[in-house]
Design a protein around this ligand. Structure first.
Ligand code: C2E
Ligand code: MG
Ligand code: MG
Ligand code: MG
Length: 290
């Protein structure tokens, strides 16, 4: 029918657009309810050092939808970002993580664990972001030195100065920063030097290609050298096999995360696993993990 209305008619909707908008609106309403009704849960994926000791975890949010089952963050984080729901959601994640850190601090066995929290560009852009993090740290009693914020390179596209200022304000209190999915965004080495980072996180795609693709292997090696030369920790994500681990260790990577060690776990499982050495048997045989 729109065709019959002629070329000069402004069309705000076609059926596909309308359907997409309705799906988005429904997801948004669902997401709002999910927060209220505690359908969101945090999973914890162990991070390990080169001796196989668990140093802490990355928190990954999951949505336990009453009808649709578990929904991956890859599906709902973009919706949360587009609708502004990312702010209450991000606050919930941060508060959960800080409460967990405060609980862990009371027990000698868990007191050293760090937690990495993902923060998206739209969260960081919020003028109240720094205040919210500081207030949450204070109200939960979490040690800022145990909290790490994972940012992605997309943040660097706009407002580098603002990003640096916010990072500096949090870093002054002890909060750490990791650059997630490193190598996949618009990395500018000039920004890399200026950002008050603590860690580079090598993207999974390079790790998974490194064993059969010479270029990927060279890139992984270069990222590790670059990070270490800048005085940063280097962690690899997506470590799925012992061969990945061996390659990374031989190239000087210091920290690891991936299915080879563990999938993301519910907190009880994480705590049960965390004080065991995750590759004791492998370590005993292998020189490079010393
Ligand atoms: P990310 O921060 O890069 O997280 C790593 C993703 O890789 C996670 O997917 C994790 O489950 C998965 N992964 C870990 N080890 C392996 C492995 O060995 N092999 C493979 N194939 N995958 C592995 P997940 O949990 O689906 O999260 C996807 C993305 O959603 C995250 O990517 C992050 O960008 C975003 N996200 C997750 N939780 C949050 C959150 O609380 N806030 C925000 N803003 N974003 C989040
Ligand atoms: Mg991450
Ligand atoms: Mg990542
Ligand atoms: Mg990634």
């Amino acid at each position: 029918r729109a065709k019959a209305e002629g070329r000069n008619t402004l069309r705000f909707f076609n059926p596909e657009m309308q359907a997409a908008l309705m799906v988005k609106a429904a997801l948004e309403a669902d997401l709002r309810r999910a927060l209220q009704e505690e359908q969101l849960v945090l999973h914890y994926q162990p991070q390990v050092d080169s001796a196989g000791r668990v140093t802490g975890a990355e928190t990954l949010v999951r949505w336990q939808h009453p009808e649709r089952g578990t929904i991956s963050p890859a599906e709902f984080i973009p919706v949360a970002e587009a609708t502004g729901m990312i702010r209450p959601l991000g606050h919930w994640v941060l508060e959960c993580a800080c409460r967990r850190l405060a609980m862990w601090a009371r027990n000698e066995e868990t007191a050293h664990f760090t937690l990495a929290v993902n923060v998206s560009a739209s969260q960081l852009r919020c003028p109240d972001f720094v205040k919210d993090v500081l207030r949450t740290l204070e109200s939960t009693g979490a040690n800022p030195h145990r909290l790490k914020i994972e940012l992605t390179e997309s943040l660097l596209v706009d407002d580098v100065e603002g990003t640096i200022n916010k990072m500096a304000a949090l870093k002054a209190k002890g909060v750490g920063f990791s650059l997630d999915d490193f190598g996949t965004g618009y990395s500018s080495l000039a920004y890399l030097k200026r950002l008050p980072l603590d860690q580079l996180k090598i993207d999974r795609s390079f790790v998974s290609d490194a064993l059969d693709d010479h270029n990927a292997a060279v890139i992984v090696n270069a990222i590790i050298m670059l990070g270490r030369s800048l005085g940063l920790e280097v962690i690899a994500e997506g470590v799925e096999t012992e061969a990945h681990l061996d390659f990374l260790a031989q190239n000087g990577c210091q920290f690891y995360q991936g299915y080879f060690f563990s999938r993301p776990l519910i907190v009880e499982q994480f705590e049960a696993l965390a004080n065991t050495k995750l590759k004791e048997s492998i370590c005993a045989q292998s020189m490079e993990c010393l």
